[in-house]
Design a protein around this ligand. Sequence first.
Ligand code: DGL
Length: 280
Amino acid sequence: MTLTNKLAPGSIGVFDSGYGGLTILSEIQSLMPEYDYIYLGDNLRAPYGSRSFETVYEFTKQAVEALFGMGCNLVVLACNTASAKALRTIQQNDLPMLNPDKRVLGVIRPTVEVVGNISKNGHIGILGTIGTIQSKSYDIEIAKFYPDFKVSGQACPMWAPLVENNEYENEGADYFVRKNIGQLLTKDADIDTIILGCTHYPILLNSIKKQLPENINVISQGYYVANSLKDYLHRHTDMDSVCKKNGITRYYSTESPEKFEEAASIFMGKKVSAERLIIQ
Ligand code: DGL
């Protein structure tokens, strides 16, 4: 029996701890506007970046279950911290019990896959949350594809909170961006490519660009994750056939929907209407 026989058509779920996943969703929407999406931001419990492995795993699993409960057959963890700390356990241990026909994908692998096309000298910098950097997920994944590359990581614990609190375009943000980029470049002065390894960080791009020499490439993940998802659906036609295609996106936040609508409308550059979702 194929997936098509077992699953009812549903939206593609896109999950993040907060607003960051919107930087992924907007690229996915512009590449594949015909699909239906459900965005879920766990703003109530964001940021995830400095939380323990167990907590990030537990929160992420709850979010995946909630999205499955809303009919999603495919969920993208548009959050590096969740991808680093929870994806593998969910895929290997939980999916077989939750629903072996559904799928959960992350954002780290699609980003790593393109780094070799962008870097000229193989010196890569990763900016991410404490959780993502400590997990060494990027180092491990890059070593699989490009064993000769030198990878240096820098945690930026203030960046996601600056975005979540709408403080991303002021001198305070510039201060922390300058500080962490300085720390990264001290680890390896030859870095020619920096991965923004947190989906919140493209929102700080103006500030990041101000601090970086022009010869350093900055990789924002959205474009690559969107293309990788498109490719995935192309290769998995049984999953594609159970993804609804009415061009509708619904937005959910675990915090106040009004607050979410206000911030998300700025990040998405269009009006967004949201509902509250309680997950536990
Ligand atoms: N946007 C998330 C990421 O990509 C997490 C930020 C946070 O909640 O700390 O890692």
